[in-house]
Design a protein around this ligand. Structure first.
Ligand SMILES: NC(=O)c1ccc[n+]([C@@H]2O[C@H](COP(=O)([O-])OP(=O)(O)OC[C@H]3O[C@@H](n4cnc5c(N)ncnc54)[C@H](O)[C@@H]3O)[C@@H](O)[C@H]2O)c1
Length: 336
């Protein structure tokens, strides 16, 4: 037994997209998961994958990959393709852990839900940012009523994207000829909303209900400057800052800021009716319902499995999303 789950059962996992996808291999071993197959049409990614999993099957061809006998697929292909690939993997009889984001259009969302319902397989979104030790601690405090009701929050995922706009994941320049190059270069970052919105949803248990946003006309260097859908097929405000204001299900407001730009920023501020929290530059709680609230500096710790989580990427979030996926397959207990 692994010691984490009370069972000898193993999950055979195939990884589809071996860039980001390969970063889960180390944590998988601890979580009753054997990586038995990989798929990437970019063969440069195979070397690292096979060094980590020498007995695994690897192919360029997604149909050969999905025809293999294994239990679950980690979908870590290009961002706009996740819904299509998750649905294909579900229909091939596999459980799916999909990288963010899940889908791009309401129609894709409906098709994805229907595929999960029709197949009865586990589908989880691999959103890792809610599961840092700070955010898990904030979620516990919120559940206990420490903050009262969320009134206003600011969450950000601002991550420079100039290099991936022009390079393959290994840094090799893209072969010219494709007008749009890589999705990181042309994506409207409102579509990449889960690293910032995910934590505030998991911490508070609230859901987004309405959203407003202005288009942004000043674009970052390294991104595609489109003239419009009917002129050159490229929307004009891609690759820019993407702020929105979201009305949550309790009536509170979240300012959600995304974008690939010149200075990364992951600020997080949460205001409740009884207390507030800020994560940068230090994790501080501000307690009391007045402007001159008492300030406490926090050194958050996970309640369990902290040593294993600390070894994984993205502040431990990569461990927890794989843990919840394995737990749901092995025990039926749903992921948060
Ligand atoms: N949660 C996180 O913290 C985090 C971090 C990095 C990336 N991601 C997500 O993971 C995904 C992958 O990111 P990445 O950094 O590896 O960059 P990427 O999007 O360039 O990589 C996609 C990989 O999938 C392969 N691929 C795409 N379609 C394929 C197909 N049909 N068949 C076979 N191979 C295919 C490509 O060759 C490439 O190696 C992205 O959607 C990204 O948003 C999430």
């Amino acid at each position: 037994m692994s010691g984490i789950f009370d069972t000898e059962q193993r999950i055979r996992l195939g990884i589809w997209g071996l860039g980001r996808g390969s970063s889960f291999i180390k944590a998988a071993k601890e979580l009753n998961i054997d990586v038995v197959a990989g798929c990437d049409f970019h063969e440069d990614t195979w070397k690292h994958f096979l060094a980590c999993c020498p007995d695994a099957f690897v192919t360029r061809d997604e149909d050969d990959f999905l025809a293999r006998n294994f239990d679950a697929v980690l979908v870590a292909t290009y961002c706009p393709d996740h819904a299509k690939h998750a649905i294909k993997a579900l229909r091939a009889g596999k459980h799916v852990l999909s990288e963010v984001t899940a889908f791009f259009t309401p129609a894709q969302g409906v098709e994805l839900v229907e595929a999960v319902e029709a197949t009865g397989k586990v589908y989880n979104l691999a959103e890792n940012y809610p599961f840092t030790k700070e955010n898990m601690y904030l979620a516990k405090l919120y559940r206990e009523g420490f903050f009262g009701e969320m009134t206003y929050a600011e969450y950000e995922y601002v991550h420079g994207g100039a290099n991936p706009c022009v390079c393959y994941p290994n840094g090799q320049p893209l072969v010219p000829g494709n007008q749009l190059h890589h999705w990181r270069g042309w994506l409207n970052y409102h579509y990449y909303c889960t690293h910032s919105l995910g934590p505030v949803m998991i911490i508070t248990g609230l859901r987004p209900e309405k959203v407003v946003a202005f288009p942004q006309d000043v674009l970052n260097i390294g991104t595609v400057h489109g003239k419009g859908r009917k002129i050159d097929g490229i929307l004009p405000n891609l690759g820019a800052f993407a702020p929105s204001l979201i009305h949550m299900s309790n009536g509170g407001i979240v300012r959600n800021l995304m974008g690939g730009t010149t200075a990364d920023s992951h600020n997080q501020r949460l205001f409740g009716t009884k207390a507030a929290a800020e994560l940068y530059p230090r994790f501080n709680l501000k307690v009391g319902a007045t402007g001159s609230a008492h300030l406490i500096s926090i050194d958050a710790k996970w309640e369990a499995l902290g040593e294993l989580a600390a070894k994984a990427g993205h502040g431990g979030g990569d461990f927890w999303e794989l843990y919840y996926f394995a737990r749901q397959i092995l025990t039926g207990e749903k992921a948060p």
